[in-house]
Design a protein around this ligand. Sequence first.
Ligand SMILES: O=C(O)CCC(=O)C(=O)O
Length: 271
Amino acid sequence: MKPRVHGLYYNPTFVTPKEREAVVSWLSTLRPIWEERFSDHNPPPEGESQRWLLRPVYWLGSWQFACLNYYCPPSGIAHRCVKAEPFPEVLAQMVSKIEIMSRKIFMPSEVPEGWKLNVCLINFYGSKIEDGKRIDTARVGEHKDFEPGPVASLSLGERALFQFVASQKAGDPAKVVSEQWLDDGSLQVFGGNRWKKQFFHRVQRVDRKGGFQFPIQVENFETRRVNFTFRYVPDAHVSRYRLLPADARSDVKRYMLQLAAGSKFFASELK
Ligand SMILES: O=C(O)CCC(=O)C(=O)O
């Protein structure tokens, strides 16, 4: 893997053709869901309104439902990560390699005790089809990933323009401090203060030139890129659905039911 600067690594050809084939075939068995940002017990704050996320998602390891708010230690840890399915073998093997590599690349102080890549957010990028029209939703606004330690990102499909940005004073556009086109089959790993804590990151746009399309089971959506971000959440911060407080259980029940329709794991969590 080629270091660009300390804490930011990119390998354009990390995924082998055999791994890629296995991942794409496994992806076609998933039923990603669309989530709404808020819920009955977590309504939109003053000045904001309910909204759908821009894209369908699937989480492995533990699920961070948007309406329970995302994992954000040290204050936002309770009841935000709900036990989800384990990684399929092909991802588990790639993750083991990434963990070994990351431990060599990062300084010990940048890798928290107990760190392992035990959570994965799978984002599906493409176009929503509404009334016969295609609406491109392939982007992510600037944000930070608050899970501790390095984050690893695997990309499949159309290349995406990924940027780290520094926030400016109110009203000024964010300043781009680093950018990288993330190619089909690539791995990006970022960690340390600068890339995790100081700067935000975003996906500015996703190309169309490669002609990629994934047969994903989501109605009214065409997927041209899939991204996997692997993160670390301590096991002690992951709740079983049945042990969530009643309000949280009620807010996410509809998603659990949708997931249960396509997953034995979620069906058994609901029993
Ligand atoms: O799609 C990507 O490359 C990045 C996704 C991302 O920023 C995230 O999942 O936090």
